[in-house]
Write a protein of this length. Structure first.
Length: 258
């Protein structure tokens, strides 16, 4: 059972795509609502969107399984990352729409959640830790880039339309001021896409947990509004639209390597 794939690169850049997975084991899928079986809250196509980064020397880790099995970007104790705001948990029971993930009385028990953590969550995080350590040992530094995407409008989670590019650095705690400023400058230098830094999405568990700027491990999260590279209703990838978005992502990633 392949929990993830890992491409080992040659540069001090490691891209994690924890919500790309779409696989759901049959024993879980049969308990989901018909709508949830489509895994609509997937960060659709982000592995394809970031594939160009291999040519930059980046390492890339991509999970196989859906966030509905277990959310790799949540702490294993399931403490909320955004207290007081609507969010979804370690083994989500509600979708981003606010509708249920599971059929009545089919939500996972605490014992099942613990088993999913052992089977799916822990191997991903062990691989993530090991690759971060390898890169830092090789280069003396590493930037962990968390690649995410979400529908541009999700009333359950935020009001109105999300900016196109949502950069998160845990309010400046997960990377150096210089790197945050360089990324901000890139976004501010263009007018094709709206953006915000440390807005609604300030960085999830992976960004916050693994960042250690004092020891030259920096972390940045980018949450993209999905309409910039795909059709949000059919989930179809739109290559021409994606190529324009990739050009700006490339400029941001090049900042991490400067």
């Amino acid at each position: 059972m392949d929990i993830y794939t890992l491409h080992e690169g040659t540069a001090p850049l490691f891209i994690s795509l924890p919500h790309h997975g779409t696989r759901v084991p049959d024993a879980i899928a049969e308990r989901l609502t018909p709508e949830a079986r489509r895994v609509p809250d997937t960060d659709w196509h982000v592995a394809e969107l970031y594939d160009f980064a291999r040519a930059l020397g980046a390492s890339i880790i991509v999970p196989a399984y859906s966030r509905y099995v277990v959310d790799l970007n949540r702490p294993e104790d399931d403490v909320s990352l955004y207290p007081g705001q609507n969010t979804t948990g370690l083994c989500p029971i509600v979708r981003f729409s606010g509708d249920p993930v599971y059929l009545p009385d089919q939500a996972p028990t605490p014992e099942e959640i613990a088993a999913r953590v052992d089977t799916y969550w822990r191997p991903y995080h062990q691989a993530l830790q090991q690759e971060l350590a390898r890169i830092r040992d090789l280069h003396g530094r590493v930037v962990l880039w968390e690649g995410h995407s979400i529908r541009s409008e999700v009333p359950f989670l935020f009001e109105g339309r999300l900016p196109d590019f949502n950069l998160g650095t845990a309010a400046g705690a997960s990377c150096s001021p210089a790197l945050q400023q360089a990324l901000d400058d890139v976004l501010a230098s263009q007018s094709d896409y709206s953006f915000v830094v440390n807005g609604r999405f300030r960085g999830g568990y992976i960004t916050r947990h693994y960042a250690d700027p004092a020891n030259r491990v920096q972390a940045v999260q980018l949450e993209l509004a999905q309409l910039n590279y795909m059709d949000e209703d059919s989930f179809a990838y739109l290559p021409e639209r994606a190529a324009r978005t990739q050009a700006l992502i490339r400029r941001l990633l090049e900042c991490t390597l400067a």
